[in-house]
Design a protein. Structure first.
Length: 96
């Protein structure tokens, strides 16, 4: 547990089967990000790709954290928003 808390804020680049099994193997995303950077006309080294991945993870984590805090402050509005999204998904995707 102490190791997980220590490594929590870091991006782990590994071929470890445990991380790969759960979809946390960042190494699989490096070629994808490099190709996206090349399409955008940016320098696409592995270090640059890791920087972009780190930014994306930090921004999505910050956004998710803010949504959780907002839902905690306004549970009725959050419940209505989730119910509305589920109803929209059911209509659009024809979920059973």
């Amino acid at each position: 547990m102490a190791l997980a808390e220590f490594l929590g804020p870091f991006v782990i680049v590994t071929h470890d089967s445990v991380f790969h099994h759960f979809g946390f193997a960042i190494i699989d995303w490096i070629p994808v990000v490099q190709s996206m950077m090349r399409v955008a006309g940016l320098e696409a080294t592995a270090a640059n790709a890791l920087t972009v991945i780190d930014w994306a993870l930090r921004l999505s984590g910050a956004g998710a954290h803010r949504l959780v805090v907002l839902a905690g402050r306004n549970p009725l509005i959050a419940t209505a928003a989730v119910a509305g999204l589920l109803a929209l998904a059911e209509v659009r995707l024809h979920m059973p």
